[in-house]
Design a protein around this ligand. Structure first.
Ligand code: FDP
Length: 331
């Protein structure tokens, strides 16, 4: 077996980083553990009666699924003994979560969507987890909201875990780092490097959007999406693909090119996706892989957050496709 494992890759890359302390490596290792545990839980959920919803609605007005709660608990437990993480922000928690001994804990916070695409749970469709790691900015005492409300540009690591036919861990960490993907060998519970230095192809691929929202879009968004649908976009022909899980749709876009779009519409002017733990991690991966991400005007990574669970329109994918979108929406 001559492929590096995920842990070897993390240790080697972080070891060569200036002033590396090993703490970020430990956080990434714990994220991979959470991914393996959630992947296993999803495999067995049908037998264990863990499909379906809990009957509760989260702060975002969405039905909470049983697996959403289980995945969220796995993330909390994963960092219980990782003392470099002082707090968490999650789609499934109204407020930030601070570990009881947060005052004495380390200098990082982790934001995550524990189970993205939860509409796919009951149909055995693809799901994902998304994560974003920031250095703490508050200087004393317990961590606070300011540690979480940082622009995506300051993320020190970001990535996702795709639970599809295979489980894949994609991440980037540190300065000027590449994007790499690792596939889980379920028989031994180990991730191996399968996608080295991923670069988003340009001038090909798919467009990915929920077209049933068309009646609620502005005229310029309708015209834009129509140009992709009819093959008249200046960037060339794109096929249509949409799974309903951001991680799966983004992963395809990352590997094959094109664009993922979730525009705002009349009922949700800022779209559906959350800036801090959905858009920002994908934007960091996209930029590092040679692509781009924008809210239609501003690069996603430069948006200044004002709320923990705030949403933003998202256009992410191949660089020329995102540039085409920005041109189309602003002329
Ligand atoms: P879901 O609500 O099923 O968790 O994060 C939200 C998300 O899925 C994304 O994964 C997905 O891209 C999007 O919502 C799908 O929303 P629509 O059903 O409105 O298309």
């Amino acid at each position: 077996m001559n492929r590096p494992t995920l842990i070897e890759h993390i240790l080697l890359s972080q070891h060569s980083a200036p002033r590396a302390s090993g703490k970020l490596s430990r956080i990434l290792a714990r994220l991979s553990l959470a991914g393996r545990m959630i992947s296993n839980r999803i495999l067995n959920a049908g037998f264990l009666g863990e499909h379906g919803d809990t009957g509760n609605v989260n702060i975002q007005g969405e039905d909470v699924q049983k697996l959403d709660v289980l995945a969220n608990d796995i993330f909390i437990r994963a960092f219980d003994s990782a003392y470099s993480v002082c707090g968490l922000g999650s789609e499934e928690m109204d407020d930030i979560y601070l570990y009881p001994d947060s005052t004495h804990r380390g200098e990082y916070v982790v934001l995550f969507d524990p189970l993205d695409g939860s509409g796919n749970i009951d149909i055995n469709g693809s799901l994902g987890s998304i994560f974003s790691v920031h250095s703490r900015v508050s200087d004393s005492g317990a961590a606070d909201l300011t540690d979480f409300m940082q622009p995506g540009r300051t993320q020190v690591a970001a990535g996702y875990i795709l639970y599809g036919p295979a489980t894949v861990f994609v991440y980037t960490a540190g300065h000027e780092a590449t994007v790499n993907g690792f596939t889980l060998d379920r028989s031994i519970g180990e991730f191996f490097l399968t996608h080295e230095d991923i670069r988003i192809p340009d001038s090909r691929g798919s467009y990915s959007v929920n077209e049933s929202n068309e009646p609620k879009w502005s005229e310029d968004v309708k015209t834009l999406v129509k140009s992709f649908r009819t093959g008249t976009a200046s960037v060339g022909k794109r096929s249509a693909r949409y799974t309903g899980a951001l991680v799966a749709d983004f992963h395809r876009t990352l590997l094959q090119g094109g664009i993922f779009l979730y525009p705002g519409h009349s009922e949700r002017p800022r779209g559906k996706l959350r800036l801090l733990y959905e858009a920002n991690p994908m934007a960091m991966i996209a930029e590092r892989a040679g692509g781009a991400a924008s809210d239609g005007k501003i690069p996603t990574l430069d948006l200044v957050p004002t709320e923990l669970h705030e949403r933003c329109p998202l256009y992410v994918g191949s660089k020329s496709d995102v540039e085409y979108v920005i041109d189309s929406l602003n002329t």
